[in-house]
Ligand binder design. Structure first.
Ligand SMILES: *Cc1c(COP(=O)(O)O)cnc(C)c1O
Length: 368
């Protein structure tokens, strides 16, 4: 919020001081929008048809999302009571944090990570404890475990991490879970789960029976290409799902979103082919960037991370002027989504110019 104008009503100081969520810049004329980790492919005709068939707009949606929950429960080998649907996994994050944490409590997460986390914590009145990522952008899980105190109510682990695209391995995660008190909620944010190709990466699903304090969060926004419809899901113990429901704004998930999500599960093979293509394009893009001289971490989401540091804003402007909107996080780096195949050439042309301009010894530049 701007501090220029006096507030006409009493507002909580921490809210007045907080920055509103900043959305990725849209693409300029004839440009590519690689700033929001969106899926570049339009919805499948079959999914669009189901969505368009929704006509009872005068009726409230089915609050419990029974069909979608049933489908997801089958897939996870759990009951519907273990599944909770939200209007995007951002709203699920908000619900779980609000259900567990309030004034005097702490929420631990890596930083830099998903830019929505700090605001969601602030709204609950709890305090964010941000544990710096390792120099290669990976979570420092031992340090995160050490940051847990008796005030900690929630720990968020983001893998692949937005914006660095790095994963947490299964071994790292199991060691971490063994160190975290079993009554502290752990949210495993797997928004980019479907893009992961590294066999070492943690997968929350098979770990759920072992850790009753673990909740897995996934979304239809990224791999399934339904970002506009706002639908995500959580899987975990029924009592924790019920608590999140109590903290939710009722009736936020529309029937159209539920129906499109169910249709997407039915046409998953086709959608996962696209995901595989995006992952391949990611690997090729990263390899080309490294060839150009960039030092960039492993990339397992549908995006790559350029550690441009103090050159971040200038580099983002150079991309924008060249027809590509990216997501700058000054003074750390730039997140570039893997988008239309046609965007790659343009992207690499600009990134090549930028890396040539970085001084010797810059952390974003390979040695030699
Ligand atoms: C995109 C994203 C989400 C969720 O997005 P929704 O559209 O709200 O489902 C959650 N976590 C991370 C890390 C993300 O990048």
């Amino acid at each position: 919020m701007s501090e220029a104008e006096p507030l006409p009503v009493k507002i909580r100081a921490e809210i007045a001081a907080a920055a509103a969520y900043a959305q990725g810049r849209t693409a300029g004329e004839s440009g590519f929008k690689l700033s929001s980790n969106e899926n570049p492919y339009p919805p499948l005709p079959s999914v669009l048809e189901v969505y368009r068939a929704q006509s009872a707009l005068n009726r409230y949606p089915a609050a419990a999302a029974p069909e979608l929950r049933e489908r997801l429960a089958e897939r996870f080998g759990v009951t519907s009571a273990h599944v909770h649907i939200g209007a995007g996994s951002v709203s699920l994050l908000a619900q779980f944090i609000a259900a567990a944490a309030s004034v005097g409590d702490e929420v631990v997460y890596a930083w830099r990570s998903f830019e929505a986390y700090p605001g969601l914590v602030t709204v609950t009145g709890a305090r964010s404890v941000q544990v710096p990522c390792l120099p290669d952008g990976r979570h420092n899980l031992p340090a995160m475990a050490r940051a847990v105190t008796e005030r900690t109510r929630v720990v968020i682990v983001c893998t692949p991490n937005n914006p660095t695209s790095t994963i947490v391995t299964r071994d790292e995660f199991e060691t971490f879970m063994a160190a975290v008190p079993s009554d502290t909620l752990v949210l495993l944010d797997e928004a980019y789960y479907e893009f992961v190709t590294d066999p070492q990466a943690v997968d929350g699903k098979p770990l759920l029976p072992r850790y009753p304090n673990l909740v897995v969060l996934r979304t239809f926004s990224k791999a399934y290409g339904l970002a506009a419809l706002r639908v995500g899901y959580a899987v975990g113990q029924p009592g924790i799902m019920a608590a999140a429901r109590s903290a939710a704004i009722p009736l936020s998930v529309t029937d159209a979103a539920q129906a499109a999500a169910v249709a997407s599960i039915e046409h998953e093979d086709e959608l996962m082919e696209r995901v595989a293509r995006i992952a391949l394009q990611r690997d090729r893009t990263r390899a080309a960037l490294i060839d150009q001289g960039w030092a960039i971490p492993e990339a397992q989401g549908n995006f790559v991370w350029l550690p441009t540091r103090e050159a971040t804003d200038a580099a983002a402007d150079a991309f924008f002027d060249g027809g590509i909107s990216v997501r700058p996080f000054h003074p750390d780096g730039i997140r570039v989504s893997i988008g239309e195949p046609e965007s790659v050439e343009k992207l690499l042309k600009i990134s090549g110019e930028i890396v040539r301009g970085l001084p010797k010894g810059h952390p974003g530049k390979r040695l030699g």
